[in-house]
Write a protein that binds this ligand. Structure first.
Ligand code: ADP
Ligand code: MG
Length: 274
């Protein structure tokens, strides 16, 4: 089985892994008795960027963590609902957490490369963690391909053996993107990936995302309304009323959500009146 997994990985190194739709159905989430999401349904279309917007505390990060089974790592956490990746529920009995993790990658707000580890080893770190084996030659190809896709190759090709922690914040975030895509996820979740970055680095990451969207379905949480409009095709507005679990008020094409929102709360939020 290991042999087959390895052959498969080798054979598909250079080609996109196939575009996948992620379909969240009636997702509810709790921390202990505290319900934080109530029956959230959202289709994140294959090969497109979906932006999740909304005030702090309305459950966006929780929703993202449910999409790659990180939520269940939190001891007090529970959930209900289904997450279908190309029609298959990632929570089905018999499906492993590690498979969900490999299929659905995550990039966090604060760039988190292994700081003392070399740039090269950072990129391939995810391969090892997800149990994929690759020869030195394969790894070299994966490192160059992933760094190129993350828009970082030209800047680091001559210093792959230097520590990841020596890079600038924006470069570190692109290194984290490279590490995520090295294992060829079908979906990439990004939780406020540019919040800790300057505007120039932010624009570089946005361009990287727009390129990546050709081969991986992307879901991004952002508080930057310009960013949502620049990168996303679809958008969902999350809101939690006082003391209530979060939910989606409105979702649809980003252009329509910003240009002609249906709900007055959406209009208030996208125009900064919250
Ligand atoms: P957002 O990302 O939209 O700011 P979160 O998903 O982080 O929202 O949080 C949603 C709700 O869940 C908040 O009330 C928050 O306090 C709570 N919450 C988030 N993480 C935990 C946790 N690990 N334990 C308990 N409550 C949590
Ligand atoms: Mg959050």
């Amino acid at each position: 089985e290991v042999f087959h997994a390895y052959r498969h990985s080798e054979a598909t190194t250079a080609v996109p892994s196939g575009l996948a739709t992620l379909d969240a159905r009636a997702i509810s989430a709790w921390f202990g008795d505290h319900k934080v999401l109530d029956r959230v349904s959202l289709t994140m279309e294959a090969g497109k960027i979906t932006a999740l917007i909304g005030p702090s505390g309305c459950g966006k990060s929780t929703f993202l963590r449910i999409l790659n089974r990180m939520h269940e790592m939190i001891p007090s956490a529970s959930l209900a609902g289904e997450v279908l990746l190309d029609g298959h529920d990632i929570y089905d009995q018999g499906r492993r957490i590690t498979d969900a993790r490999r299929d659905v990658g995550m990039v966090f707000q604060k760039p988190n490369p292994f700081p003392a580890m070399s740039i090269y080893d950072n990129v391939v770190a995810g391969l090892k963690l997800s149990g994929q084996r690759a020869s030195k030659g394969d790894r070299d190809v994966i490192v160059e391909t992933s760094l190129t896709k993350a828009g970082l190759w030209k800047e680091v090709r001559d210093r792959l053996r230097q520590p990841g922690g020596g890079l600038s914040g924006g470069q570190q975030q692109r290194l984290c993107i490279a590490r995520s895509i090295a294992i060829r996820p079908r979906v990439l979740l990004m939780d406020e990936p540019c919040s800790a970055l300057d505007p120039t680095s932010t624009r570089v990451i946005e361009e990287t995302m727009l390129e990546l969207a050709h081969e991986v379905t992307i879901v991004i949480v952002t508080h930057n309304m310009q960013q949502a409009q620049r990168v996303s095709e679809n958008c969902a507005f999350f809101l939690a009323a006082q003391g209530q679990p979060g939910g989606i008020v409105e979702h649809g094409k980003t252009e329509a959500m910003f240009g002609n929102p249906v709900d007055s709360r959406t209009a208030d939020y996208v125009h900064g009146r919250f």
